[in-house]
Ligand binder design. Structure first.
Ligand code: SME
Length: 185
């Protein structure tokens, strides 16, 4: 028997059932519940993407949206570190993130983040030890992917994801992460 309501096409309708009303200190609150679906990474992304879209399209504040995107990615995949660096005064400055404390400022062209900013391209790093100039904010980080966020052809921030496993990211991650970052521009 088929359960069509589990497919991505029908998925947006499910979200409302999970945004249930709760009472806190006698006041009505909306609880946002993230649904994590599937076994394969691609299935997890397919489940996550409509939820992220629904979350960010209803909110105009970039920092709030970055915070929820970082949390949703961390919650879904359990990556070691997920976060944003935001361009401020010609430097990348640490933005919303999930994971251990991290470096606060990165210059253009430096490290994976600074390189993704300079080249305006996603950078996939299977082994951080083999990336010249990699900035090791944490020695447990083994592989990394950085996706720039462009607005009017200018990089305004980068999404950085670190894994404590080698070769943890593929072009499949890039495909989905670029879509997710696209919702923020
Ligand atoms: N490794 C990054 C620095 C940021 S941390 O990984 C959070 C880089 O080389 O740019």
């Amino acid at each position: 028997m088929n359960f069509p309501y589990y497919t991505p096409v029908y998925f947006p309708y499910l979200i409302n059932y999970y945004n249930f009303t709760v009472f806190l200190n006698g006041k009505k609150q909306m609880a946002e519940n993230l649904i994590i679906g599937g076994e394969l990474k691609s299935e997890k992304y397919e489940t996550l993407i409509p939820q992220i879209k629904a979350l960010v399209l209803g909110e105009s504040d970039q920092v709030a949206n970055m915070a929820n995107v970082a949390a949703a990615l961390k919650q879904t995949f359990g990556f070691f570190w997920v976060g944003f660096y935001i361009v401020r005064n010609n430097e990348l400055v640490l933005g919303p993130f999930q994971g251990p404390i991290a470096c606060t400022r990165i210059k253009k062209g430096k490290g994976v983040c600074g390189m993704a900013w300079e080249k305006r391209n996603t950078i996939l790093v299977p082994n951080v030890d083999e990336f010249p100039g990699h900035i090791a904010c944490n020695s447990d980080s083994k592989s990394e992917v950085v996706v720039p966020l462009l607005l009017n052809e200018e990089v305004i921030a980068v999404l950085d994801i670190d894994s404590d496993k080698l070769n943890d990211f593929t072009t499949e991650d890039v495909y989905y992460l670029e879509q997710i970052v696209g919702f923020l521009s």
